[in-house]
Ligand binder design. Structure first.
Ligand SMILES: [Fe+2]
Length: 245
């Protein structure tokens, strides 16, 4: 297990800025994972609507994690192994464990959904603890990818090539997943990152698709964050309006 002290000892004091294909999607996943974990921890198991809503969020999170593993295997690990054979082995092994964890968590989610009232508290606590282990495991894993795997990618590829790989990943995402990722990624990003990501979408996506993306994340930004973003990318600042000025 990595720790902040160990990471601080091995981190370079300063790095040349390179294209980092992990940073934004991992901010989205950290945000989605922690929000979901909190919701399971405070779940009122006597409230049927809340149980349905929160277990639905768990299911959506697990599906996104599954797709994320497949996308990294298909695009990122393939790229690393093509030029740095063996360098993706550790995270590829982690991914196998993640798929097993996702299966277990899905089983526990279904068990809670179908449990009689007297058993729900115990099953909710089990799901909370095991989801917490999954989140902890993923946080360790994502840090390794952002350091070790990025070092392998940066040694073997130019930023232009890495941008090409990243574009291939984005092009493979169904719209529904792009909207879901935007909902968690944009609020989790800093203003400069938001402007780059959303500005890129505004330039590259058809207007109706861009409007759907904005609708997905807009309710989750506060007014200050939205004003900064709207100014940076040149859209109307009134809530709900995304007309290009
Ligand atoms: Fe991964």
């Amino acid at each position: 297990m990595n720790t902040p002290a160990a990471a601080a000892r091995t981190a370079p004091a300063a790095t040349v800025a390179r294209f980092d294909m992990y940073v934004s999607i991992h901010k989205a996943l950290r945000h989605f994972m922690t929000d979901t974990l909190h919701r399971v921890g405070r779940l009122d198991v006597t409230d049927a609507d809340e149980v349905t809503r929160v277990l639905g969020q768990v299911d959506t999170l697990l599906t996104l994690c599954l797709d994320h593993v497949h996308n990294e295997n298909r695009f990122v690990h393939t790229a690393i192994e093509a030029r740095q054979p063996g360098s993706a082995a550790r995270t590829a092994e982690d991914h196998v464990e993640h798929l097993e964890s996702i299966d277990v968590l899905r089983h526990e989610t279904r068990a809670l959904a179908g449990a009689p009232a007297a058993e729900r508290n115990a099953l909710a606590l089990r799901l909370y603890r095991h989801l917490a282990l999954f989140v902890a495991d993923n946080f360790q894993h994502m840090h390794f990818e952002e350091t070790h795997n990025n070092a392998a990618l940066w040694a073997a590829y130019s930023d232009e090539e890495l941008l090409g790989i990243h574009r291939s990943i984005l092009a493979a995402l169904p719209l529904e997943e792009t909207l879901l990722v935007s909902r968690w990624m944009i609020p989790a990003s800093n203003p400069a990152e938001r402007a780059a990501i959303v500005g890129g979408m505004k330039a590259g996506a058809p207007a109706p698709v861009f409007a759907q993306v904005v609708d997905a994340f807009r309710p989750h930004l506060d007014e200050t964050a939205w004003d900064k973003l709207a100014r940076a990318i040149g859209v109307a600042q009134q809530p709900g309006l995304v007309d290009v000025r």
